[in-house]
Design a protein around this ligand. Structure first.
Ligand code: MN
Length: 741
């Protein structure tokens, strides 16, 4: 075996190695031999290398292997992989060598580990790709991620020797992906340490300050605890042979976060801690033991009703089990009491691997399995944009969970904020795509209704349903978002082809050519987001053939109007800075306000159909020819475009009088259907508001209600008032004025 010249170093190396063996449960001599082989192999491979700190490099893989077994609870294969994890990347050996000597399983893990290294120093897209890879690997063999976390933890522990720039990059990356991953995999101790180390490098003063204060207040905390435990200690002794009471202060990172979020000082929260009762139970007595302890504690202290949590009957998705209650101590402190068994505590601290270890004893880890399945599904969707995906993924990592139920009582874990539609997609993509509403606890509910823990949800479907754009706003789960995107794309493709065909037929009628130039000019004129969108809107009837024709008419009018003849030239030759300057300048040239008349039939102005302004809206006029002026709202995109191109034709426009003329405008609303809703709406409009209704259209099916009303109004303020009144109708969920198309 290779040895360093330095006796001191040799001693440290051998000691580390022995520590690994001591902490692992590997007894099989064959496996122990393999571990030793991996150790000597790594020692030899890294013999010339030193870490930046000056230490022999081998100490790093040794530490990673130690974390892997001691803190995560993994055994021989993972220990071997951890020892060898940097060999392929940093030395002359390749994956083939590893496979040859240590077999397929180990080489696969190393392959995974090598692929996900070096995520910093990349563009954000490349980073997202790397993270996608991490997740892909995670879904194949979770050990890769666990060893990666051990690697990351040791790198964070030794970050001191890195240059500042790298410290920041590595810390950010840890905060961004590794700490959440550790959390999601239930590696609580590692998550806390990673977060604390991130704080240490990103906010060193805060880290030091909080550390000092925790130490300084230790005595006082101890007193509080001792006083708190004393009354029920005896009862616990009588009831349990083996149990332990420990207490934990919050971590520096979580104290820091609380100080930031709530704007409080350390002194306000230093006494926030949890007392944990850990009982060494027989497997069949776990639940009753925990409840027994709960009953003892609450015999002495009054629990806070809304802070009780039973994670034993319903474990968290990451496998966490415990009873939580918060009680008031005799001297007025709220103290959280966590009650769990030794097995549960192990899982809470070490997570997945500990979970695995207890699996034989009849425990299931359905939560983790389900989560891995979900991740796998997401990654395998080819079209999902990776960056979006990443955000979604992070969203799901951080969010808290709610527990909902199917009609048959099966539990569905969803992130907080999930809607009926999320629930539908969690069952099956087709259930989601065909969902029209739901029944939540037997009450009809719209697809966008937010669910709460304990809700029982039945999804109502219709074969004729298709997903719409709005749906994106109604879901929070990555799974639903991805499915909706895919369904919309499919749906859109059909319409696009249809719209394209219709356009070519219509242009033929107009004797215009279906050239790319013509099409993109129309698209520009109508202010649509690209050609495909144009075809789509045409097929959907959102853009009409009159609109298409209006472009050619507009083109003709430009060619004959004095605007183009006199002013375009001078305008175009000017190199002006920005749009607002241009407008200001142009307005100075046409100082008089153009006052708009009382009568809609006045021929001297035309209300632009794109933004349909009504009195009270801020408007601008565009001189179309000698006689007529086109009125747009100042926020209209088409108007903006006209201003940049034909600035000379712009006049300031102002409404002359208010409240005498009635203008036609539209209002759109959505909600949950119920008997008498239409009557209620018309009542508000006609009786309360005295509005003339031109027409009302409603569509309702299985509890969901969509409607639109065309109303005669005086001005914009009038419309606002109407909207305010309509919002008072409880069943209406979304109300808006129809502007543009
Ligand atoms: Mn490493």
């Amino acid at each position: 075996m290779w040895k360093s010249d330095n006796e001191e170093e040799n001693k440290i190396i051998i000691n580390k190695y022995r520590q690994i063996l001591r902490h692992s449960n590997v007894e099989d001599p064959e496996k122990r031999k393999q571990i030793r082989k991996a150790f000597t192999f790594a020692l030899e491979a890294h013999k010339e290398m030193r870490r930046r700190s000056g230490e022999p490099y081998i100490l790093h893989p040794l530490e990673v292997a130690l974390i892997t077994t001691k803190e995560i609870g993994l055994q021989s294969t993972s220990i071997i992989a951890a020892l060898l994890h940097d060999v392929v990347e940093d030395t002359d050996y390749n994956l083939q060598d590893i496979k040859h000597i240590f077999g397929e399983k180990v080489s696969k893990i190393i392959d995974g580990l090598t692929k996900i290294s070096g995520i910093y120093d990349q563009t954000s897209t490349a980073q997202a790709e790397t993270i996608r890879k991490i997740l892909l690997t995670l879904s194949e063999d979770v050990r890769v991620i666990l060893i990666k976390l051990a690697d990351r933890l040791h790198n964070m522990r030794t970050l001191d020797s890195m240059p500042l720039e790298k410290q920041m990059k590595i810390s950010s990356e840890t905060e961004y992906i590794y700490a959440p991953l550790a959390h999601r995999l239930g590696l609580n101790a590692i998550k806390i340490e990673l977060e604390d180390l991130v704080l240490k490098y990103k906010h060193p003063e805060a880290y030091a300050m909080i550390g000092q204060k925790i130490e300084g207040s230790e005595e006082e905390r101890k007193k509080i605890i001792a006083k708190f435990i004393a009354p029920f200690r005896k009862k616990l002794n009588e009831s349990f042979e083996n149990y332990n009471i420990i207490y934990r202060t919050k971590s520096r990172a979580s104290i820091w976060k609380k100080m930031q979020d709530k704007g409080v000082s350390f002194e306000d929260i230093f006494d926030l801690f949890a007392v944990r009762i850990i009982i060494d139970s027989k497997p069949e007595e776990e639940k009753s033991d925990c409840w027994h302890a709960y009953s003892i504690v609450t015999d002495f202290y009054v629990p806070k009703q809304d802070r009780f949590r039973d994670w034993i009957s319903m474990p968290k998705a990451n496998g966490y089990e415990s009873l939580h209650t918060t009680v008031m101590s005799k001297d007025g402190h709220w103290i959280e009491v966590q009650i769990r068994t030794v097995r549960m505590d192990n899982i809470a601290e070490k997570g997945y691997a500990a979970h695995f270890k207890y699996k034989e004893k009849g425990q299931s880890d359905k939560g983790i399995d389900e989560w891995l399945i979900r991740i796998r599904e997401l990654i395998q969707k080819p079209n999902a944009d990776t960056l979006d995906f990443l955000d979604e993924f992070k969203l799901n990592l951080y969010s808290h969970e709610i527990y909902t139920f199917t009609p048959s009582g099966e539990m569905r874990t969803l992130p907080r904020g999930s809607s009926v539609l999320d629930f539908a997609y969690s069952i099956h993509s087709e259930v989601g795509n065909k969902a029209i509403g739901g029944k939540v606890n037997n009450q009809l509910a719209s697809l966008n209704k937010i669910l709460e823990t304990g809700d029982q949800v039945e999804i109502l479907t219709s074969a004729r349903q298709v997903p719409s754009d709005d749906w994106n706003n109604w879901v929070v789960t990555a799974r639903a978002k991805t499915q909706i995107l895919a369904a919309l794309k499919e749906e859109k493709r059909k319409y696009i082809n249809d719209g394209k065909k219709k356009l070519s037929e219509f242009l033929l009628k107009l004797k215009k050519e279906m050239s790319p130039e013509n099409v993109s000019a129309i698209v520009k004129h109508l202010n649509i987001n690209g050609r495909l969108d144009f075809y789509y809107q045409l097929a959907k009837g959102k853009v009409t053939f009159e609109d298409v024709e209006s472009y050619f008419k507009y083109l003709d009018s430009l060619n004959t109007s004095w605007v183009s003849k006199l002013n375009i030239f001078s305008w175009k030759n000017k190199n002006t800075d920005n749009l607002s300057d241009i407008i200001r300048e142009k307005m100075a040239e046409n100082p008089e306000n153009f006052l708009l008349g009382k009568n809609l039939n006045d021929l001297n102005y035309i209300i632009a159909p794109c933004c349909n302004p009504i009195p009270g809206d801020d408007v601008i006029g565009f001189v179309k020819d000698n006689k007529s002026i086109l009125i747009h709202t100042t926020s209209c995109n088409i108007a903006t475009k006209l201003m940049t191109t034909y600035g000379k034709g712009i006049v300031k426009a102002k409404w002359r009088e208010k409240g005498q003329v009635e203008f036609l405008t539209g209002v759109r609303f959505e909600g949950i259907d119920k008997v008498g809703l239409v009557a209620e709406i018309t009542n508000v409009l006609a009786s309360n508001m005295n509005v003339n209704i031109r027409n009302i259209m409603v569509e309702a099916s299985d509890g969901i209600f969509f409607g639109q009303a065309m109303l005669y109004v005086h001005d914009a303020a009038h419309v606002d008032k109407i909207l305010t009144e309509l919002r008072k109708i409880q069943s209406l969920k979304k109300i808006s004025r129809i502007t543009g198309k």
